[in-house]
Design a protein around this ligand. Structure first.
Ligand code: FES
Length: 225
């Protein structure tokens, strides 16, 4: 196993004998370098608290509570290339969207690099845009003035927030979203997204089904709409 710093990210490349795999280089638990861990040919183990992952997929095994972010690897003429995929491909809500529509959505996405402390939106702001976390960490609080409370964090690439932008008559924000650390986000206008999905009703239906599940989950969980 060996780690590389690529464009500000630590990437772990693992030689699994017949092929190579590439994953995020830091443990999703507490940012420990995974190249200091153990690899037995099938399982990757973080030495700190023994979280483990299946090397073929990055899926969590045993104690681990989060999967690893996986990168595609291409080997050509003796060189190994790590290919960064779009954060949209990691979005659960867009899993069943056709390649053509996903490409259209990628064309709508604006990539924003925001320093720690940036307020992305405030309570009562219009819910025009939906966001996909590419890297970093976003914190949500609900309430006003000095009566606020933490409503949760977004941590993993592909997590979506601000999804109220996809709802009819765009409700206003019910939480405050702030970058807890330097973060990279994809920002998509809700109306433009809906237009793209209306042009592909099969994909649109799948997105709406997943959105309904997300809304149901968040009515009892973090308030990040
Ligand atoms: S830091 Fe890796 S398992 Fe805790």
């Amino acid at each position: 196993m060996k780690s590389y710093d690529i464009e500000g990210r630590k990437i772990l490349v693992v030689n699994a004998g017949e092929c190579f795999h590439a994953y995020q280089g830091l443990c999703p638990h507490q940012d420990v370098c995974l190249d200091e861990g153990y690899f037995d040919g099938q399982l990757l183990t973080c030495h700190q608290h023994l979280w483990q992952w299946d090397i073929r997929t990055g899926d969590a095994v045993g104690l681990a509570e989060a999967p690893l972010e996986k990168y595609e690897v291409e080997v050509s003429e003796g060189e190994i290339f790590v290919v960064q995929s779009s954060a949209l491909k990691a979005v659960d809500m867009l899993k069943d969207v056709s390649p053509a529509s996903l490409e259209r959505l990628e064309g709508l996405a604006r990539r924003e690099q925001l320093p720690a402390g940036t307020v992305i939106y405030e309570v009562d702001d219009p819910a025009d845009d939906l966001y996909v976390l590419e890297s970093g960490r976003v914190e949500f609080t609900i309430g006003r003035d000095d009566r606020t409370r933490l409503a949760g964090f977004m941590l993993r690439k592909g997590e979506v927030f601000g999804w109220a932008a996809l709802l009819e008559q765009h409700p206003r924000r019910i939480a405050r979203a702030v970058c807890h650390e330097d973060s990279v986000l994809l920002r998509l206008n809700g109306e433009a997204m809906l237009e793209a999905l209306e042009a592909d009703p099969t994909s649109g239906l799948m997105v709406m089904r997943r959105l309904a599940t997300l809304v149901a989950r968040h009515t009892t969980g973090p308030q990040n709409s």
